[in-house]
Ligand binder design. Structure first.
Ligand code: ADP
Length: 317
């Protein structure tokens, strides 16, 4: 898949490339069929494999007391050989457990046994927007209104809790059974410790990395808005705005704010993308302003989408 492949391959986290690669190459991990949370004694039945991340294998997990189905991220402790790897998981849990919103993947609990760390999450059975884009190539403007509005509501909530996601991309926009957007993967997320403080660490996915992150000025809420601009562009155009065949060329285009806007994109969609992709972070709108944008009033905005939209264009009234 074009998007997930690229973003997975190009994901750079300073100093972590080597360990992520080696853990990705190691496909075989032994997992028990029944998993018990030692503190609550809740037993989960491990089900179908759902996907694989940097360190985690994700499986369907059924709580045998309630019969409720979840997605369980299983991280073998043996893979967390370096302190910063363990810290990444701890940060993901610390941040995610504080968040509760309809457009954020629900965090249920986290526990560990001798072998693994388990993170139990709301199950998102319709995968992510990467899969939708892979099937569809481009989306209609009403669908983009629907998805970007929900993304913005989730990001507004996250920002209002002093958290920046730092890795917003199509692959981290999961979809619930009834096609609601659920923002997930808080592995690179960070608390803004005090007003105005900007995180200086280099992280994120190169195609969606903001110019101020490239120039080491740090990552703020505005860098999440930049990523939202890249996501909206990719949905309407079919590829990310700064995509090229080499990383250096992509970085150079990001720094020069050089991208093409196809003429078939409506004026209101173009204007919103232009505003989110402003070179200077302070020139970009905050998410509460994005939610009031003309784009969301300039045409039909569906209240819900049928699951058939994952593979074929909807027929709107
Ligand atoms: P990592 O943080 O290690 O990169 P991810 O959170 O991206 O791991 O999860 C890896 C894969 O597992 C995803 O691409 C997706 O296919 C699947 N997955 C993750 N979370 C969920 C979820 N809540 N519901 C359903 N599938 C999920």
């Amino acid at each position: 898949c074009k998007f997930s492949h690229r973003s997975k391959n190009l994901k750079i986290i300073q100093g972590m490339e080597k360990s992520v690669k080696s853990s990705l190459n190691n496909n075989t991990i032994e997992l028990p069929e029944y998993i018990v949370d030692p503190s609550t004694k809740t037993t989960y039945l491990k089900g179908k494999f759902l996907g694989k991340g940097g360190f985690a294998h994700v499986h369907k997990m059924t709580d045998l007391t309630t019969n409720k189905l979840y997605a369980g991220k299983i991280i073998p402790k043996a893979r967390l050989t370096k302190t910063h790897q363990r810290e990444k998981i701890l940060r993901e849990v610390e941040v995610h457990k504080l968040l509760e919103h309809k457009n954020v993947v629900g965090f249920i609990c986290c526990f560990e046994d001798k072998e693994n760390i388990y993170i139990i999450l709301e199950n998102c059975p319709r995968k992510s927007l990467v899969h939708v884009l892979k099937n569809r190539k481009v989306l209609t403007e009403p669908e983009v209104r629907y998805y970007i509005h929900q993304l913005a509501e989730g990001v507004e909530y996250i920002h209002s809790h002093g958290v920046i996601h730092r890795d917003l991309k199509l692959g981290n926009m999961f979809l619930s059974e009834n096609m609601e957007v659920k923002i997930g993967d808080f592995g690179l997320a960070s608390h803004i410790e005090r007003a105005g403080f900007r995180k200086i660490t280099v992280c994120g996915t190169p195609n969606y990395i903001a110019p101020e992150v490239l120039s080491m000025e740090g990552h703020g809420k505005e860098s999440d808005v930049w990523a939202m601009g890249c996501i909206m562009y990719a949905m309407l155009v079919g590829h990310p705005p700064f995509e090229t065949t080499t990383l250096n060329e992509t970085y150079s285009r990001i720094s020069n704010n050089s991208y093409c806007m196809p003429m078939n994109i409506s004026e209101s969609a173009r204007n919103l993308i232009f505003s989110m992709l402003k070179n200077k972070p302070e020139d970009r709108p905050v998410v509460s302003v994005i939610l009031q944008d003309q784009f969301f009033h300039s045409g039909y905005m569906p209240k819900s989408l049928p699951p058939s939209c994952c593979s074929s264009p909807p027929k709107f009234p």
